[in-house]
Design a protein around this ligand. Structure first.
Ligand code: MN
Length: 720
């Protein structure tokens, strides 16, 4: 337990003329009224107010605040009354104690209305005297430090509340160390498994990291001092919760996050900050988009620094913060750094920017009467990098600023994302790449035929969403190359009158696979599909060479020709001159539909890619690989095509077009609406059509609809 004289020493270090008598008196009173009480830990109760006073002294608070810290639980938990405190210690201390007592009775549960009301009370307390909330933060810190003694069911609730309310307030007030410690303690009790796993990993790699940090510190100091600068360089270990948040946010492994070490360069003046930045940027390559000038544009909590990330001396990403000594104190101590002492008394300057935040919230709480919108605004301000949007049922979904309806869809469920066809914001269909705003209600329209495309990777901003889309795409690519590989093998074998299926699973096959170091037959398929292994190579290993030489590729019998024609129709519907049963795929850049003049291009390992004859992409392709292609007569496949409809923005337009398309028995794969300009509405439909005739018919029908001014096929693969 901290001793009284340690508290004295702490106070005298920043406030030599402090009135320690008041502290002593508060100590004696607190000891008297708490006498006989014990905490959950079994310690005398007095330990708690003493520790709180110690934390307040570390925050360099004034004497009345520290006295109030010693007394903060007396009215709540003992026979002492607020009048008594007022008589003994004066109105200032009594008001602080009363403020803390009041907000101690506030609980933040999940019920939005209650939470909002309680937040209001807290803000009123804060606005009256911000020292109240600082005492409350010190109280919470000590309670979190001793949380293990609380009953299990209470721990998680308290820890959750700390993460939701108190850590963000500490952050908002700029008290970095307090925020970090609250977060790490809360992390330990909300996600114990992860917490212990991470702390083990940190401990395991600590030695190595320390060595690395030392080396980089040394090199960085060297290059700056060589230019005649006076600097302090230090590497800062990340706190556990910070590591966890980064892993979650960017979907990274522990190694990837932990490798990024933040270094701090402290210099004398503002000019030196920019000079150091210049030297660092000319020595190591800066990572684009990571430079931030918080000196020219301070954060709301007064934080100032230059931030940059470079590829450092060891080829690793290194985060660097450059700031002056004054800025450093503000960065660590936040609001406490702004207290000014005048004749031993604390002065809170009303003009101080730090209080602007609190004043804003008070103004808001008067304007926003309903709890939901109030809470929303509070959250927005506590977590400025997040947007809060609603599901149609009213559930709140939290996403980073700039998130799109696709991010939302994936946040609901991976399956919803993977089948997202279109989305509505506040009832209106919007492009999937729109940015969500606070308070939007978002509805995702799914379709069994909709699926992720490469374009989606450019639309989404949440790293986790990107990872999920990539996962889907690579799975599909793998499956596709597997089926291509299988088909290639089958067709090559059948040319020699063998059935490939008879070899799959045979001893010869297993022998070949193990010899070639291929694990499964599926990976053989994909290797063939990707063109890494040729079908003939496989055949040579399975069938003795002399036997192969005997056999010439068989010629088709009339029946097998007919059979193939039917089979081909159902799969690709494309005829390639001089080739049987060849694999084709349709290019995404021009998306040919049946009836379009087409050409083929041989793609290594992937068969033939079909483009429209006038596709601009074909100009870039090697003409040697060009091959004639035509649609098979009577082919019967549906191909997706995009049409762009322009019209006058009137209610019912979308419904009329949709009806017209559906009435022809045509499926809509996707529909989206571009933002309106000058009362004009632009709608993009992706539909599945039989051929160019059907497309012409549907275009004519849509053009006849009232208010439609133009209908046009979109050739490019760009998404709407
Ligand atoms: Mn307490």
């Amino acid at each position: 337990m901290i001793r009284l004289n340690e508290i004295h020493e702490k106070i005298l270090s920043y406030n030599p003329e402090a009135d320690l008598d008041l502290i002593n008196k508060a100590y004696v009173f607190s000891a008297k009224v708490h006498n006989g009480q014990v905490r959950m830990s079994g310690e005398p109760y007095l330990v708690h107010p003493m520790e709180v006073a110690g934390i307040l002294a570390s925050l360099k608070m004034d004497v009345p605040t520290i006295a109030a810290g010693l007394l903060h639980d007396t009215v709540e938990d003992t026979w002492a009354t607020i009048d008594e405190v007022s008589d003994l210690f004066g109105k200032e201390v009594a008001d602080l104690v009363e403020g803390v007592t009041k907000i101690s009775n506030i609980t933040f549960n999940t019920e939005l209305a209650k939470q909002a009301e309680n937040f209001r009370k807290m803000l009123v307390a804060m606005a009256k005297d911000i020292r109240v909330i600082i005492i409350k933060l010190a109280d919470r810190l000590n309670n979190m430090r001793t949380l293990e003694y609380m009953p299990e069911d209470k721990r998680e609730i308290i820890a959750r509340e700390t993460l939701d309310i108190y850590a963000p307030i500490a952050h908002r007030l700029g008290i970095y160390w307090l925020k970090s410690e609250l977060e790490d303690l809360a992390f330990r009790f909300t996600k114990p498994e992860l917490y212990y796993k991470l702390s083990k990993m940190v401990a395991k790699t600590r030695k190595e990291r320390e060595k690395y940090v030392h080396e980089v510190e040394h090199i960085m100091r060297g290059i700056l001092e060589k230019e005649g600068m006076k600097v302090d360089v230090s590497g800062r270990p990340k706190h556990l919760y910070g590591i966890y948040q980064k892993m979650e946010k960017y979907n990274l492994d522990f190694e990837q996050v932990y490798d990024i070490t933040a270094f701090r360069v402290i210099v004398d003046g503002i000019k030196d900050c920019y000079q150091a930045l210049g030297i660092i940027h000319t020595t190591w390559r800066p990572v684009p988009g990571r430079f931030k000038d918080y000196i020219a544009m301070p954060k709301n909590n007064m934080y100032q620094s230059l931030h940059t990330t470079v590829i450092g001396p060891k080829g690793e990403k290194v985060e660097i913060q450059i700031r002056t000594r004054e800025m450093h104190i503000v960065a660590e101590e936040g609001i406490a750094a702004h207290w000014k002492y005048k004749e031993g008394k604390l002065v809170d300057t009303k003009e101080d920017v730090t209080f602007r935040w609190v004043r804003h919230l008070i103004e808001w709480q008067q304007e926003l009467k309903d709890p939901e919108s109030f809470m929303q605004f509070v959250k927005v301000d506590l977590f400025p990098d997040e947007v809060y949007v609603f599901t149609p049922k009213g559930d709140v979904i939290e996403l980073p600023v700039g998130a799109t309806p696709l991010d939302f869809a994936y946040a609901i469920h991976t399956d919803v994302g993977n089948h997202c066809a279109s989305a509505k914001i506040n009832g209106k269909i919007v492009p999937l790449k729109s940015s969500l705003k606070n308070g939007d209600t978002v509805e995702v329209i799914t379709s069994p035929t909709a699926h992720p495309t490469r374009d989606w990777l450019r639309i989404v901003i949440v790293p986790k969403t990107k990872a999920k889309i990539r996962q889907w795409l690579s799975k599909e690519e793998r499956e596709e190359s597997q089926s291509i590989g299988k088909e290639l093998l089958e067709s090559e074998f059948s040319k020699f009158n063998f059935e490939f299926s008879k070899f799959a699973g045979s001893n010869e096959m297993n022998h070949y696979l193990s010899e070639a170091g291929i694990k499964t037959i599926d990976s053989l398929y994909s290797q063939v599909g990707y063109g890494k292994v040729s079908p003939f190579q496989v055949m040579k290993h399975l069938i003795p060479l002399d036997k192969l030489n005997e056999l010439k590729p068989k010629t088709d019998s009339a029946i097998s020709k007919l059979f193939k024609l039917v089979a081909r129709k159902s799969s690709t519907a494309v005829k390639i001159k001089g080739m049987d049963d060849i694999l084709v795929r349709f290019a995404h850049c021009c998306n040919p539909i049946v009836g379009d003049p087409i050409v083929g291009f041989i793609t290594r390992g992937r068969g033939i890619t079909i483009h429209t004859a006038d596709c601009p992409r074909t100009l870039e392709l090697d003409t040697e690989r060009k091959i004639d292609a035509e649609w098979d007569v009577g082919s019967n496949i549906l191909r997706p095509v995009k049409i762009l409809v322009t019209g006058i923005d009137k209610p019912g337009l979308l419904a009329n077009i949709t009806n017209s398309i559906s009435s022809m028995g045509i499926n809509i794969i996707r529909a989206s609406v571009a933002p309106n300009r000058n009362q004009k509405s632009t709608l993009m439909f992706e539909i599945a059509v039989k051929d160019t005739h059907q497309l012409r018919d549907i275009s004519n029908n849509i053009a006849k609809i009232k208010d439609v001014t133009n209908v046009q096929r979109v050739m490019s693969g760009e998404s709407a």
